[in-house]
Design a binder for this molecule. Structure first.
Ligand SMILES: Cc1ncc(COP(=O)(O)O)c(C=O)c1O
Length: 410
């Protein structure tokens, strides 16, 4: 073999077409990729505060206390010894599996280390000073930060009376929109937006815009997915994550589903081609576990309805949810209730300025929610207030700007 045969030529790269596209478009996307940071739920919640007592109940960041399922843990543990290899074919394996499950071509699926990255990249690709970013209020805020970084106008549209996205108002509010962000079930309310409403948005949106549908929490709910709109080749980018029902927030795996030409635009914003192999095999093992989604959906729904029954019996108001979180009315500026709960070692939150007396509660385990209830009773009956005593460290909970430099309401 001649020495030159050992050197790969451009054409010899045995890379999947998606990776090849990213490689080729690297120059175009490089400056944009540097323009913003990826903002995630723990950066917005208290979850990144280090000095919270170890025995605290943490129901503030929509994490899954069950963690990865047993087959996922086994698969992740078994592959650690191969951690010296890039093993990028594992990404292709997961892409193929997801594509088969969803009736798509592999080119219509991109796997990421979580769904935050494709969320930000979609916003970056389709919003600009000329093309607004439209989102629900209250809604998941991460995309707003990317829109702001792109110089785009952020248009927040209140939810309807039934806590769905008000798609007609969203269309009317921004005829110049580049991205309509729809999260169903919504973070923080856990409420659904119907398939027909999302379809209406897709059919009536301005030319050149996309509907970014975030199905991070769909596995907990009875919502009808809009994957059929992706299959039909509509201007829809759909996100899923393994961070929620699958309990893999720390392992990091998620995916974007869309027409190939839309995914190509996301890839202009870069990203890391290699995913953690532990996450890839854990995700594949989770998908093969046919009982996992129904079992965990049932566990979450059972605990959630027990909490709702208790809240009803005690006269506390909340917004009924189909997810692993819900909004609870504190009947006062919610920060006081959050601080009073923290004094009892129960970390809740966050607050959305549009509903200043409400705070979000994540559904934890049964025992965790019993502790939540006991603490909540004390806060609401005035037995514990924010000004009594102090828990070491919790005085440091983020106020206006947290340690990521993000301004949040607490
Ligand atoms: C609605 C929604 N989308 C996306 C994400 C991103 O999660 P991850 O990057 O862990 O997939 C979150 C995290 O909480 C979320 O709540």
């Amino acid at each position: 073999m001649a020495p030159q045969d050992l050197v790969p030529h451009d054409n010899d790269f045995r890379v999947p077409s998606a990776s090849r596209r990213s490689f080729l478009s690297l120059a175009a996307g490089a400056s944009a990729a540097l323009a913003f940071r990826i903002v995630t739920e723990p950066m917005l919640a208290h979850a990144r505060v280090h000095n919270v007592p170890k025995d605290a109940i943490r129901i503030d960041a929509n994490e899954n206390p069950l963690g990865p399922c047993a087959p996922a843990r086994e698969a992740a543990a078994a592959i650690v010894s191969q951690g010296g290899r890039y093993s990028d074919w594992l990404t292709d394996d997961l892409v193929k599996m997801l594509a088969e499950m969803e009736g798509l071509k592999p080119e219509q699926v991109l796997v990421y280390a979580g769904s935050s990255e494709p969320l930000h990249h979609t916003v970056a690709a389709f919003s600009s000073p000329q093309r607004s970013y439209v989102t629900a209020d209250p809604g998941y805020e991460a995309g707003m930060f990317a829109a702001q970084a792109m110089g785009a106008k952020v248009v927040k549209v209140p939810l309807t009376k039934t806590y769905a996205h008000d798609v007609k108002a969203m269309l009317a509010a921004a005829p110049d929109a580049g991205v309509f962000y729809v999260c169903s079930p919504n973070n923080p309310t856990g409420t659904l937006t119907s398939h027909s409403d999302i379809e209406y948005l897709v059919e009536n949106k301005p030319k050149g815009s996309v509907v970014l549908v975030d199905e991070a929490y769909i596995h907990f709910s009875d919502a009808v997915s809009v994957m059929d709109l992706v299959r039909a080749g509509k201007d829809v980018i759909l996100l899923r994550t393994f961070s929620k029902l699958y309990g893999m927030a720390g392992l990091r795996c998620g995916a974007a589903f869309a027409r190939t030409d839309l995914l190509e635009k996301l890839e202009n914003y870069g990203g890391w081609n290699f995913k953690p192999i532990t996450a890839l095999v854990a995700a594949s093992a989770s998908l093969k576990d046919a009982q996992l989604v129904p079992e965990r959906k049932h566990i979450n729904a059972t605990i959630r309805s027990q909490v709702f029954d208790w809240l009803d019996r005690n006269g506390y108001s909340y917004i009924p949810s189909q997810s692993n979180c819900f909004m609870l009315d504190t009947k006062r500026p919610a920060k006081a209730a959050i601080d009073a709960m923290a004094k009892q070692n129960v970390i809740i939150g966050r607050i959305w300025p549009i509903w200043p007396t409400y705070t979000r509660i994540t559904v934890g385990t049964g025992p965790e929610m019993e502790q939540f209830q006991a603490a909540w009773q004390k806060v609401m009956t005035g037995a514990v207030t924010a000004s009594v005593g102090a828990v070491p460290g919790l005085g440091e909970l983020p106020r206006k700007r947290n340690r990521d430099g993000i301004t949040i309401e607490t």
